[in-house]
Design a protein around this ligand. Structure first.
Ligand code: ATP
Length: 297
């Protein structure tokens, strides 16, 4: 087990995905490892924000997550990658109990945030989702003004006593989301009139306005053009200084640019977790290697 280096520079975020090393795949665990739910690499961390053990998720009778154990360290950026349907989003949604809203979904296993049971029935889920915020694939601003989108969370959580305090939170959140200069003169304009990339950064501002500890991102750039994507990726690097960030992405280049560790999922199993450079240059598992070299997925 090693302590993660969780600092990441803008320069790192802008680098290209490293060249793959397909020759280095001999003597890797075969698919049999998956049958036993073993994960190769470094799934555990010294400074765990999330401690997740033997997590299983079912939709009715169908099992989507098959005994996944993983630590997510404080202030790390971890990317979840894998073929479509492998369970990345399902596992991500366990972390702020978004799956609770799906009637047929059952979550089993031990899931802890800061040593406390995430699924304790006494837990206030609204408070949990403020601590563990989420940014979705498609920007989903409320049909309100730019200001009110960001002020919404702080208002319902009672984070500001006076209008001036709320103004400060809105400005600070928009600055952190790299949006302040673009919108400061039109805070009363409808958010739906912004570009897609601006809307996504507004959704990030809305998420961070309630001072979360963790930000979950489910393919946050899939609806964005390359320029808007680059801005969001820069933002992820900046936010990683203050927050734990977990990002689901179909873009291996994006995972390579933004994350410290990468977790590779396959058919509901967590196959490999390693430092991102290692996953993309010298993966330990044959399935990871097959995926990153484009043999499937
Ligand atoms: N609401 C749901 N009801 C029933 N089954 C679901 C539901 N959501 C997901 N599943 C199933 O769970 C499995 C994992 O889906 P999930 O969306 O988590 O995968 P994913 O890796 O995020 O896929 P993608 O990359 O396509 O978004 C799939 O077989 C999917 O069909």
């Amino acid at each position: 087990m090693s302590t993660l280096n969780t600092s990441i520079s803008t320069e790192q975020t802008q680098r290209e995905a490293p060249e793959l090393a397909p020759a280095a795949v001999q003597d890797k665990p075969e698919e049999t490892a998956i049958e036993y739910g073993q994960t190769v690499g470094t799934p555990f961390a010294d400074d765990a924000k999330f401690r997740l053990r033997d997590v299983e998720v079912y939709y009715g009778e169908s099992q989507a997550i098959k005994g996944v154990s993983l630590d997510i360290a404080r202030n790390e950026v971890i990317a979840f990658i894998g073929p479509s349907g492998c369970g990345k989003s399902t596992f991500l949604r366990c972390l702020n109990r978004m799956n609770d809203s799906i009637d047929i979904c059952r979550v089993k296993g031990s899931l802890e945030l800061d040593g406390q049971d995430l699924y304790d029935p006494r837990r206030d889920v609204v408070e949990l989702r403020a601590r563990v915020g989420m940014v979705f694939q498609k920007p989903n601003p409320f049909p309100k003004s730019i200001y009110d989108n960001v002020a919404y969370g702080p208002r319902i959580h009672g984070l500001a006593n006076r209008k001036s305090e709320l103004d400060d939170i809105v400005e600070d959140s928009l600055r952190k989301a790299g949006l302040w200069n673009e919108v400061k003169d039109r805070l009363d304009a409808p958010a739906t009139g912004m570009s897609g990339g601006q809307q996504q950064r507004l959704c990030i501002a809305r998420t961070i306005a309630v001072s979360p500890e963790v930000v979950l991102m489910d393919e946050p750039c899939s609806a964005l053009d390359p320029i808007a994507t680059a801005k969001v990726e820069e933002l992820i690097a900046e936010l990683s200084e203050s927050y734990t960030i977990i990002i689901v992405t179909h873009s291996m280049q994006q995972a390579a640019r933004v994350s410290h560790r990468t977790a590779y999922f396959h058919l509901g199993n967590l196959v490999e977790v390693n430092a991102t450079d290692k996953v993309f240059t010298a993966p330990e598992h044959k399935l990871t290697e097959s995926y990153i070299t484009g043999r499937f997925g």
